[in-house]
Design a protein around this ligand. Structure first.
Ligand SMILES: Nc1ncnc2c1ncn2[C@@H]1O[C@H](COP(=O)(O)OP(=O)(O)OP(=O)(O)O)[C@@H](O)[C@H]1O
Ligand SMILES: [Mg+2]
Length: 267
């Protein structure tokens, strides 16, 4: 779908001196700590995501990647620190979390489409129920995004009639139909058969081209090196590296990240 090389060059032009895609902040994670009972799962995590940034979150299993990403849209509460999304405080009890979540697209490992609804209805239901869009408007948007992910012909099928890769593309289209201010991904390709991974990555690459702000937990280092501009590396609940892609791949500072990279790149 894409010529990766051209894209990397295009993208390079967008990155500011700070290594961020712009100066406008979309997600501000400041000194966040979280415990499950006595177990501290996140320790003093700080990371800022700017408009247009593509941040890949990586690190060993159990390091807290999923937990961190879920705190961003309030799916996991945290006990210390602060998270702002587009200037709205996620941890403030007065914040309308369902409303905030409706504007932060989240795509998980498992597609979580409504099995009893057709693909088009899956894309329309939250637009109508949460955003209050008219049916005609919701349908127009749904069809436009299905087209974006190359699945127009599947509109009237049910999720079970689609392949895993197709279902994940529907999940992405469904999130996009809500006009998200940012997209969060948690290992969107890790449950897929190998031959379906690329089609989902291609859709994600397209999104980065459009300037979508993204935080993505993934082990796909090819994707990371192709389209991320920032990398967060986590280990045991700490953000150990938070740097530009080039800094990470050309010389991660921490020994832990170097070990991780050598394992994953020699895989
Ligand atoms: N609901 C929970 N209750 C208690 N501990 C939990 C809970 N969810 C996660 N943990 C623990 O928190 C730690 C971080 O989990 P998390 O799922 O965020 O890691 P991860 O980096 O996403 O790992 P993976 O790469 O395997 O997905 C792990 O030690 C995990 O066992
Ligand atoms: Mg995880």
């Amino acid at each position: 779908m894409n010529d990766a090389k051209t894209f990397t060059n295009d993208f390079g032009g967008l990155v500011t001196n700070s290594g961020h895609a712009s100066s406008e902040m979309v997600v501000e994670i400041d000194s966040v700590s979280k415990w499950y009972g006595d177990f501290q799962v996140l320790t003093d995590c700080t990371a800022h995501v700017h408009k247009g940034d593509v941040v890949v979150v990586c690190g060993p299993s159990g390091s807290g990647k999923s937990t961190l990403i879920k705190t961003v849209n309030g799916l996991e509460p945290f006990q210390k620190g602060n998270i702002m999304v587009n200037g709205i405080s996620v941890g403030d009890p007065k914040t309308n979390l369902p409303k905030l979540r409706s504007r932060v697209g989240m795509v998980f490992q498992h597609f979580e489409l409504f099995p009893h609804l057709t693909i088009i209805d899956n894309l329309m239901v939250a637009q109508i129920k949460v955003l209050g869009r008219k049916e005609s408007e919701a349908k127009k948007k749904a069809m436009a995004y299905l087209d974006r992910v190359g699945l127009t012909v599947q509109a009237n099928k049910y999720p079970a009639e689609l392949s895993g890769g197709q279902q994940q593309r529907v999940a992405i289209a469904r999130a996009l139909a809500m006009d998200p201010i940012a997209m969060l991904f948690d290992e969107p390709t890790s449950a897929l058969d190998p031959e379906m991974i690329q089609e989902v990555l291609d859709v994600m690459v397209e999104l980065t081209r459009d300037g979508m702000t993204m935080m993505c937990v993934t082990h796909e280092m090819g994707f990371a090196s192709q389209v991320a501009n920032r990398i967060i590396f986590m280990d045991e609940g700490h953000i150990v590296e938070n740097c530009s892609k080039d800094e990470f791949f050309e010389g991660a500072k921490s020994e832990r990240a170097q070990q991780f990279l050598s394992k994953i790149l020699n895989h």
